[in-house]
Design a protein around this ligand. Structure first.
Ligand code: NAP
Length: 335
């Protein structure tokens, strides 16, 4: 039995990421110096961005071959050499795919005693906050407007459409496969959802958005973005959240209609990173929890059991096999 199991990146992918790019190894239990804490991993966030980190430096350092895979996680402090944190505290940390990590105490964010802990990675975590800040802070929706979101059944997408509905907008999703699209409408309450793999995205989107599109929350980039841009209304807003269609691609594709359509339709296209809005996180958390309590937001979590299954959790997410916020449970919640 290992002291500290870890999942290492054996080799960086060129093109599609596969489970073979990772290896489960037995690692040493990390030591704890003054000012540090040792954290037992409970839940690890699995994000499309994990793949983007392998392409080079983004809003954070790149991950390299030989690294224990990077992640955001929630864990329990099991040893502390800093007065700010004690054994038993629950913290959010930039961590690794490992049973235990050691971090500087000032880099560990102590979390309130809130259950279920999974909500701290979903509706109250990066997924919910990205949806909230991107839609409200960047998209500035007004009641009655049409909001389209891609990767609509994914971690961020499920919240974007539901927040749009809570604000009185028409919410239209784009997702892979008819079954997923039906789920988005029937379980999450979107007004419509269009299958981008069905071969008729332009026509079906037009039918689903009879008044055009005021806000496009773009999680995927590429050809989907190109298609949506044609249907944007004058003065529409394109919220650039990510480009998951490009993360496994050798060569980037589309959109080819830039900057022409931006000019003609007077569009605003703006990127953001969720941390840009950290000063508004408290309001985001309170609004999101309010909508959950009122039944306006359904929280869907997709929990994969076991550290050893983290590689397939990520490769599966990139292939679209998740519904809602994907995470890996490494250890049970503390009682
Ligand atoms: P996710 O949406 O839970 O999962 C990714 C989804 O992308 C899959 O379920 C799949 O659903 C879809 N997808 C995969 N390949 C695609 C393709 N070629 N074309 C269209 N859709 C494809 O993942 P997530 O972690 O929440 O990330 C969603 C997006 O948000 C990513 O772009 C990520 O980088 C971004 N993000 C940005 C921030 C920020 O601060 N800006 C923060 C968090 C996440 P289908 O079955 O529908 O294809």
């Amino acid at each position: 039995m290992s002291q500290n199991r870890q999942v290492v990146i054996r080799e960086l992918p060129k093109g599609e990421l596969t489970n073979d790019h990772f290896e489960l190894v037995d690692g040493e239990m990390p030591g704890v110096d003054e000012g540090q804490v040792r954290v037992r991993t409970i839940l690890m966030s699995i994000d499309a961005a994990n793949r983007a980190w392998m392409q080079g430096a983004t809003y954070r350092e790149a991950v390299k071959a030989g690294d224990v895979m990077h992640t955001y996680s929630i864990g329990e402090v099991v040893e502390s050499k800093d007065p700010s944190l004690s054994e038993g505290d629950i913290v959010a940390v930039e961590a690794r795919w490992a049973d235990y990590v050691t971090v500087k105490a000032r880099h560990a964010q102590k979390l309130p005693d809130y259950r279920p802990l999974t909500h701290m990675l979903s509706v109250l975590g990066i997924a919910g906050k990205t949806a909230y800040h991107g839609l409200i802070g960047v998209g500035a929706p007004k009641a009655g407007e049409t909001v389209v979101v891609s990767a609509a059944a994914g971690s961020v997408g499920i919240f974007v459409g539901q927040i749009a509905k809570a604000l009185g907008c028409r919410a239209v999703g784009i997702a892979g496969g008819q079954e997923k699209c039906d789920w988005v409408v029937n379980e999450l309450g979107f007004d419509a959802c269009v299958d981008y793999r069905g071969g008729n995205l332009f026509r079906e989107l037009k039918a689903a958005c009879p008044d055009g599109i005021d806000i496009y929350f773009d999680n995927v980039g590429g050809e989907v973005l190109e298609t949506v841009l044609f249907q944007m209304n004058m003065k529409g807003r394109v919220v650039c959240c990510g480009a998951v269609s490009q993360y496994n691609a050798d060569a980037p594709t589309g959109p080819r209609n830039l900057p022409g359509l931006i000019v003609v339709k007077r569009l605003r296209m703006e990127g953001f990173i969720v941390m840009d809005f950290a000063d508004q996180d408290a309001k985001a958390e309170s609004d999101l929890m309010g909508w959950v309590k009122e039944g306006k937001i359904v929280v869907v979590e997709d929990v994969v059991e076991g550290l050893e299954n983290a590689p397939r959790a990520l490769t599966g997410l990139l292939a679209g096999d998740n519904r809602g916020k994907r995470m890996v449970r490494v250890a049970p919640d503390p009682s």
